[in-house]
Design a binder for this molecule. Structure first.
Ligand SMILES: O=P(O)(O)O[C@H]1O[C@H](CO)[C@@H](O)[C@H]1O
Ligand SMILES: O=c1cc[nH]c(=O)[nH]1
Length: 234
């Protein structure tokens, strides 16, 4: 048990999927895991542990933004021994070819700052995915026939952005999508020698203003969860 995760020792699996939304953690556990049990509800940040094809998996909400994810990822790694951490999140498309429902596999995550920025100071550390997870996820997505993009994403601190110039620069430099957690997840994984990946679903588009209707989200998010599970145990 830690300050933010009430699970007993041994209740967290070595493989952890991390959605921002705790209700997505519950839905994914109930939909994809066998024998899922609730292992955390501190602050309503739900976590479940069960099995997928016989493999133990925990699905733990991270909350929104890098400071929140940083708390959960740190405790999962340092106190519960998590080895593989895969974010399953929504993102906003930033390129014309990145459409609603597409999956984005984050090769790298650029950011203006992360909770780890104080460590790097003026060094531009490049947070990057684990290659084996990324490759396995790309194969799983192709096998499922899901339109998938692999490339750089942008992890921002603010959803309501007052710096449109930053979005413009990111788009200009080929960044595929924006979300709010991956840069810190990849940085923590590098620091602690763990495997990390972000598998994202495009839920809206910054240039076109399109949004995925809520009733269609579940099917699209389902592809993302299964790609993450297949990559974790490839
Ligand atoms: O759908 P999740 O995983 O929460 O991810 C995205 O959605 C939230 C913003 O609405 C941020 O957490 C962002 O990263
Ligand atoms: O952080 C996010 C997540 C989804 N869509 C966005 O535009 N931003």
């Amino acid at each position: 048990m830690t300050i933010h995760i009430g699970a007993a020792p041994g209740q967290i699996a070595e493989t952890v999927l991390m959605p921002g939304d705790p209700y997505r953690a519950r839905w994914a556990a109930q939909t994809f895991l066998d024998d899922a049990i609730l292992v955390n509800e501190v602050r309503g940040m739900l976590g479940y542990t069960g099995t997928w094809k016989g493999n133990r998996v925990t699905i733990q909400g991270s909350g929104m933004g890098m400071p929140s994810l940083s708390i959960y990822a740190n405790e999962l790694i340092r106190d519960f021994g998590a080895q593989t951490l895969i974010r399953i999140g929504s993102c906003g498309g930033m390129q014309a070819e990145v459409n609603l429902r597409d999956v984005v596999l984050a090769l790298t995550a650029s950011s203006l700052s992360t909770p780890s920025s104080g460590i790097f100071r003026d060094l531009n550390f490049a947070p990057a995915a684990n290659y084996n997870l990324l490759r396995a996820a790309a194969i799983a997505a192709t096998d499922r026939g899901v339109k998938t993009h692999v490339g750089g994403i942008y992890s921002t601190d603010v959803f309501y952005d007052e710096r449109p110039d930053l979005t413009e620069q990111m788009t200009r430099h080929g960044i595929l999508a924006v979300e709010m957690e991956t840069a810190e997840l990849y940085t923590l994984a590098a620091r602690h020698r763990r495997r990390a990946l972000a598998v994202l679903t495009v839920s809206d588009h910054l240039q076109t203003g399109e949004e995925l209707p809520s009733e269609e989200r579940e099917r699209s998010f389902g592809d993302m969860v299964e790609i993450a599970l297949e990559a974790a145990f490839a």
